[in-house]
Design a protein around this ligand. Sequence first.
Ligand code: NDP
Length: 297
Amino acid sequence: MNEHETPVPVTVIGLGAMGKALAATFLAAGHPTTVWNRSQSKADSLVAGGAMRAATIIEAVTASPLVVACLLDYPVLHEILDPAGDALAGRTLMNLTNGTPDQARETAVWAAQRGAGYLDGGIMAVPPMIGQPEARVLYSGSRHVFDQYEHTLNRLSAAMYVGADPGLASLYDLALLSAMYGQFAGASHALALVGTEKADLTEFAASLLAPWLTATTVALPLLAQGNGTSTQAVEESVSPPDMQAVAIANIVTASNAQNVDKALLSHLAIPLRDLIGQSAHDRDLAGMVDLIKKPTE
Ligand code: NDP
């Protein structure tokens, strides 16, 4: 079937907040869409909109050449799909469930043992963004499978292939999430600190915090450049770690004085302290990237 001419039939397994958005987007784009969920009532609105409800997991898997799974985690994925046995043979499993790179690699092997193609995906979007240009989904695994279904995948988001190792999409996904959670942690601490005084938090967030976070992204290329180059001298540091360590210590002291728990930020003091006096001393926070990587055995 040429996926550019005829919308490919798709099965969506898992109709939580995200799975429902995926299924609705496929449906709206004209794909014959079969759905399955443990709690069957979550399929009702999709079925009313034209989706087909599968009564069993085997019926769901055999309904379409492309089977999209979006479940809570990998143990749930296997609990649901293991009993489907060989029904996946000759089909493609596109797994958008959040997990670790090792879980993705193991599941790629598991799928291959059942004669199925496999793509692992990391969704960098919230459900209302699915189908919108700003959504992005990262994919890794078989390049052939990605090319075969790229047009269909682009229904959901800008589809981005990141490599043949099935674990790469989840590695990138978790890396991006770790950056997001770090940013949320810092922003929460900032709001808690300012909130100890009579301040307009909404105004602070809009006029100072958000522009500040945007402005600080200029430092990201510097962090990336420092990564893996610890033996190279870098010309000159504009924000040496000694200075940064003082700032972190002051944040901790001020937080204690303002009765704000320092847990979200004080962990930064340890690698910063370790950075001071190292050969990477003059390399800014970039040195921290190397510093937290443990040696491989
Ligand atoms: P939900 O909690 O809304 O849905 C979880 C899904 O897993 C439901 O289909 C639920 O079925 C099913 N499930 C959970 N436990 C079991 C079980 N023991 N047996 C059978 N089915 C089970 O989560 P989301 O839809 O939001 O997330 C799904 C995936 O999408 C996750 O991996 C998440 O990381 C990823 N994602 C979500 C984003 C979001 O903003 N929501 C953003 C990016 C990625 P039931 O309805 O019966 O409970």
